[in-house]
Design a protein around this ligand. Structure first.
Ligand code: FAD
Length: 389
């Protein structure tokens, strides 16, 4: 068993580490200032500028297949990069990304949706959740009714990331009520100017998702992604595309947060002594270090299983559940170590505290991950001895 990184993994990881330190972290104060003024932390122009800088060094389309000009990196490498990006709260992502299900588009749709998304000209959003259907995605009610060769969509989606900014949505609608999620849900690519509207949802995070409203939105059959009735499979494919990436990002955040806690503990003096000498503080740092180490290996192992092409759902659920839980405990400890300063808006700790809370909710809540893990164990689909048997 070899736990070391290959030379290539190390050099790619180190490049991103330097990029984050030199290009992204210096923007943090300005990003915080803008967010505090209810503006997007990174403007689109600054994001594109950063993406272009990264692209000049070959960092574009990290997971995008090479035939589309991307780097086509595997899951382990992607997890390593995501953890480095997580070391800043600035919402940077490399350019050249498109949702995995857009690769199921036909040639004409690829020209209209996939390629402009990769080049950054168009922005997408993924819309399955509804006011009455979140964890239970099979209960969606948004409907699409056939009218000649067109389809007419009615319904409401909620909590859609990027829904305020997107030019088009991948929306999931019931096309056969009898069959429902078992062959009766279809995915439609719908441009904003075809008639849907979005409404901002204020959350405790810095950037709000949207509600999408469809009132008699008419789309031609050419806008169906994949096949009629096969939409639910596409939705599951999108959700399962890389669950390990969420805890990977949280891993980077936890590393940075604990570094901040260590620095503060070493410099803050109370009752004539550094708080770093107090066992109460040391134990918080020790527990966090152990959990970060465990999280690192859960994330990398899940990514490794993805790279092996095996069924990774169980190990991805484990990494997502553990990452969400522990990141929240760690940021809480780091805030505690900073005392009153941790609670202020001068430091980014409270910002991370609010952001990391989302990890326990979206793309499968803690409870849904536990349900998956327990079901796999109880039904014998996964072994409690893990992949070592
Ligand atoms: C900021 C943000 C961004 C999001 N982005 C998107 C997006 O881009 N696209 C999209 O389609 N959706 C998105 N979502 C929706 C997200 O995936 C759902 O909020 C999530 O799946 C939970 O669904 P719900 O909110 O309806 O909660 P519910 O499903 O109503 O759950 C409520 C509570 O009950 C628990 N629960 C539910 N069922 C069970 C069960 N069987 N056993 C035990 N406990 C259970 C849940 O864990 C939770 O604690 C986003 C949400 C947020 C907050």
């Amino acid at each position: 068993m070899d736990f070391s990184l290959s030379e290539e993994e190390q050099s790619v990881r180190d490049w991103v580490r330097t990029f984050v330190r030199k290009e992204i972290q210096p923007l943090e104060q300005e990003v915080l200032r803008r967010e505090r003024a209810n503006q997007p932390g990174l403007t689109h122009d600054v994001l594109v500028e950063l993406q272009d800088k990264a692209k000049a060094s070959g960092f574009w389309g990290v997971q995008t297949p090479e035939e589309y000009g991307g780097m086509g990196l595997g899951a382990v490498m992607s997890a390593l990069l995501e953890a480095e990006l997580g070391r800043s709260f600035v919402q940077f992502r490399f350019g050249g990304y498109a949702d995995n299900i857009l690769y199921h588009a036909n040639d004409e749709q690829k020209q209209r949706y996939l390629l402009p998304t990769l080049s950054g000209e168009r922005r997408s959003c993924f819309a399955i959740t509804e006011p009455g259907a979140g964890s239970d995605a099979r209960a969606i009610r948004t409907s699409a009714r056939q009218d000649g060769t067109d389809w007419i969509i009615n319904g409401e989606k909620t909590f859609i990331t990027g829904g305020n900014e997107a030019d088009f949505t991948m929306v999931f609608a019931v096309t056969d009520k009898e069959k429902g999620a078992n062959g009766g849900v279809t995915c439609f690519l719908v441009d904003r100017d075809q008639g849907w509207r979005s409404e901002y949802i204020d959350t405790m995070g810095e950037w709000g998702p949207a509600a999408l409203v469809f009132e008699d939105v008419r789309v031609p059959k050419e806008n169906i992604l994949g096949e009629v009735g096969r939409g639910f499979e596409l939705a599951m494919k999108w959700i399962g595309r890389g669950r390990y990436m969420l805890p990977a990002r949280a891993l980077g955040a936890c590393e940075r947060l604990v570094e901040m806690a260590v620095e503060h503990a070493n410099t803050r003096v109370t009752f004539g002594e550094s708080i770093a000498n107090r066992q109460a503080i040391q134990w918080m740092i020790a527990d966090s270090a152990v959990e970060i180490e465990a999280l690192r290996w859960l994330v990398l192992h899940a990514a490794w299983v993805v790279d092996q092409g095996g069924d990774s759902r169980h190990v991805q659920s484990i990494a997502k559940l553990y990452g969400g839980q522990k990141a929240n405990e760690i940021v809480d400890r780091v805030l505690q170590i900073h005392g009153g300063m941790g609670y202020t808006r001068e430091l980014p700790v409270e910002r991370w505290y609010r952001e990391l809370r989302l990890l326990r909710i979206y793309e499968g809540t803690d409870e849904i991950q536990r349900r998956t893990i327990a079901r796999n164990i109880l039904k014998g689909h996964a072994s409690i001895s893990g992949t070592l048997g």
